[in-house]
Design a binder for this molecule. Structure first.
Ligand SMILES: *Cc1c(COP(=O)(O)O)cnc(C)c1O
Length: 419
C-alpha cells in the first residue's frame, strides 16, 4: 500500500485541526515512519560490515529531515553546492558526504574540497585533470555499464544516460587517479529508479563487485567501499507489491560474503536511497475549492503542480484519500490545480468518493521528489512543509513562499553595462 496505516492513524484524526492552524496546502512528513524505515534498512544490511546509507538529499532537502538522517548515523549524497552546504550544516563530516555531481564546474570542485572536503565521486575520466590540487587521497568514480545492463523504467537505458565512465574506461580512470596521488578508492553506480524488482538491485550489487574485482586485478588496488546507488522503489499504487527488502538484503549480503571468501577482504557497502527512505512518509494535503462540470467533472484544489510535479512530468500515479468521504457514492473526476498548463492535474479520470467544496484531499507518497521538484512558473509559489513529530507535535519546517520571495531576485541596485 502507499501511505501506511500507522501514518493514517496518526494523521487523519488531527487533519482538520492541522489544516485550520497552518492553512492549506502543505506537505506533512511522518517522523516515526522515517525513523522506522531507517532502522529497518540498517537491520536488513547489518550482515555487511560497515554498511551505511547516504541519504539522497535531493529527494527531500529540508534541514529538519536531514537532521533525522544524521541522528540515524546516515551520510548524505549531494550533487550541488546547496546540497553540500545543507549536509555540512546538519553536522556531516567529510566521510559522511558523497559528492556525486556531473558536468562538474570548477567552483563545485572548490566547494567539495572546502570545510575538510568530502568523498569526491567523479562522473568522467576527463575530470581527473580538472580536480584542483591537492588531489584527494580518497577518490570514487561513477560506473555506467552501458549495454551490459538493460534499462530501468524511469532512469532509462544506461547507453543513453549521460552519467558515469564506461566499462572500457574504468580501469584507466583509477590508474590516472592513482597517478595524480589518490591512495584510497571507492566505486559507485546508479542504474535504477523506483525499482520494485529486488533482483535488479541484487544484480547491481553483483555487477559493482565484479567491476571492483576487475580493477583490483588490473591495478592491485583495494576498494574501501562500493556504492550501489539509490533507486529502491516504493509502491505508489495500492496493488503494487513492495520491494522485498528481506530477500534483497539476504542475497546482497551473500555476494559480499562470497567476495570476502575469495579475496580475504571485502569493501564496505554504501547506498544512497532517497525515495525509499522518505517517499511513503509524506503526503500533500490540499483543500477542494471548486468543482466544474464541462466535458469532464473537475475538482479544483488549492495546491497545484508547483507542490508536486511528478504527475505532470511522468504521468505518475499518486493515490488520493478524502478522509471523511468514505461512505459517499463515487464519481470519476480530474483533480486539478490553478496553473495555466493542462497537465496541472493530480489525478486524471480517477474514481473517488464524491468530493464537496471544503473537503481535504490527502495525496500520498510525496515524501521524496515532491516539494523538492516544485517550481514557480506562472507565479504559483511553493507551499509550506510540516513535520509530524513522533511525540505528536506538528512543526512547521519550511514556510510557504511569499510574493517577496518571488520578487527577491529582481530586487537590487541598478546594474548595467554600457556598450
Ligand atoms: C537521485 C539519485 C539518488 C536517489 O534516487 P532515489 O530514486 O530517490 O533512491 C541517489 N543517487 C544519485 C546519484 C541520484 O542522482
Amino acid at each position: 500500500m502507499p501511505m501506511s496505516d500507522a501514518f493514517k492513524q496518526r494523521l487523519f484524526p488531527e487533519l482538520e485541526r492541522i489544516a485550520e492552524h497552518f492553512g492549506t496546502p502543505f506537505h506533512i512528513y511522518d517522523e516515526a515512519g522515517i525513523l522506522d524505515t531507517g532502522a529497518r534498512l540498517k537491520e536488513a544490511f547489518a550482515g555487511i560490515e560497515g554498511f551505511q546509507e547516504y541519504y539522497a538529499v535531493k529527494a527531500l532537502p529540508n534541514l529538519k529531515i536531514l537532521e533525522l538522517m544524521k541522528r540515524m548515523g546516515f551520510g548524505f549524497d549531494c550533487s550541488s553546492i546547496p546540497e553540500l552546504v545543507m549536509a555540512r550544516r546538519v553536522g556531516a563530516g567529510p566521510m559522511e558526504i558523497m559528492f556525486t555531481s556531473n558536468n562538474t564546474a570548477p567552483h563545485e570542485f572548490t566547494a567539495a574540497a572546502a570545510d575538510g572536503g568530502c568523498i569526491l565521486n567523479l562522473d568522467d575520466i576527463s575530470l581527473i585533470a580538472k580536480v584542483p590540487e591537492p588531489f584527494p587521497e580518497l577518490i570514487c568514480f561513477r560506473y555506467n555499464p552501458g549495454p551490459r545492463r538493460t534499462g530501468n523504467v524511469i532512469i532509462g537505458n544506461p547507453v543513453e544516460a549521460k552519467y558515469g565512465v564506461t566499462h572500457n574506461q574504468v580501469v584507466d580512470a583509477y590508474r590516472q587517479a592513482r597517478e595524480r596521488g589518490a591512495k584510497r578508492f571507492g566505486l559507485h553506480t546508479m542504474v535504477a529508479s523506483n525499482e520494485l524488482d529486488y533482483t535488479y538491485m541484487v544484480e547491481t550489487a553483483r555487477m559493482i563487485l565484479e567491476v571492483a574485482e576487475l580493477v583490483m586485478n588490473e591495478l592491485g588496488i583495494r576498494f574501501e567501499f562500493v556504492n550501489i546507488g539509490g533507486g529502491f522503489g516504493i509502491p505508489y499504487r495500492p496493488d503494487d507489491s513492495p520491494l522485498d527488502l528481506a530477500r534483497m538484503s539476504r542475497e546482497i549480503t551473500a555476494l559480499f560474503d562470497d567476495f570476502r571468501a575469495r579475496h580475504g577482504q571485502a569493501p564496505r557497502m554504501v547506498m544512497e536511497s532517497g525515495r525509499w527512505m522518505t517517499g511513503p512518509h509524506g503526503v500533500l494535503v490540499t483543500r477542494a475549492i471548486n468543482h466544474k462540470d464541462t466535458y469532464r467533472r473537475y475538482i479544483g484544489v488549492d495546491a497545484c503542480m508547483s507542490s508536486l510535479m511528478r504527475p505532470a512530468i511522468y504521468g505518475a500515479y499518486h493515490h488520493i484519500d478524502v478522509p471523511g468521504a468514505e461512505g459517499r457514492p463515487t464519481e470519476v473526476v480530474d483533480v486539478v490545480g490553478s496553473l495555466c498548463e493542462n497537465n496541472d492535474k493530480f489525478a486524471v479520470q480517477r474514481e473517488l468518493p464524491r468530493i464537496e467544496e471544503g473537503d481535504l484531499l490527502v495525496i500520498h507518497d510525496t515524501g521524496a521528489h515532491g516539494h523538492a521538484m516544485g517550481f514557480q512558473y506562472n507565479g504559483r509559489l511553493r507551499p509550506q512543509e510540516l513535520l509530524l513529530r513522533a511525540d505528536g507535535r506538528v512543526e512547521l519546517i519550511r514556510r510557504a513562499e511569499t510574493l517577496d520571495d518571488y520578487l527577491a531576485t529582481q530586487t537590487f541596485e541598478p546594474r548595467t553595462l554600457a556598450l
